[in-house]
Write a protein that binds this ligand. Sequence first.
Ligand SMILES: [Zn+2]
Length: 225
Amino acid sequence: MSGQVRVDRAVTSGTFSLDGETFEVENNIWVVGDDVECMVIDAPHSVDDIVAVVGTRRVRAIVCTHAHDDHVRVAPELRELVVAPILLHPDDRPLWTMTHLDHRWDVDLSDGQVLEVAGTTLRVLHTPGHAPGAVCLYAPDLGCVFTGDTLFHGGPGATGRSFSDLHTLEASIRASLFALPDDTVVHTGHGEDTTIGAERAQLAAAAVTALLSKTKRAPGEEMVP
Ligand SMILES: [Zn+2]
């Protein structure tokens, strides 16, 4: 018996560095699979913390939601240990090479690609914005989506640093994530779960607030529609 397909989570701590600054962060590790095989989503900080979730299962792939160092730091080390390919969208090459000059990933991810593990599927959604090669992984059978740093509980991911763009991110979220059913559970790269419906409502409310604040401008002040 291979058991039911399930999603396991662990939280691991370390640092995120970009643009000359370093921050303490906690990252989620997601593992999708049954009792026999699994897929690891992101490889932050600690191989031991990942292997503790994987157990004795065969790892089919190490999928990176994007190449910020807090999501890919131990990917090559994990690959050695569990003998599984690293998957990454090639648009994140500039970020990947900041962390791993001597290692490359194995397989390019692309929008619409379908990954299989333990009899279930994950569809790759290319969602640039937080990073140019950021992807989300939609698991229709499980009713969930793994969003990395594209969408969090409470809103879109950060876009203040190099290789990020807010308008691109919002367009990605609207086109790819808000096309999913409202009750889809969102498993994020940092912090707690949310749902597509909750985040859709949150973003709509934020847009109304922004619109109202524009209408309160002083008379004569230019309004940009
Ligand atoms: Zn990130």
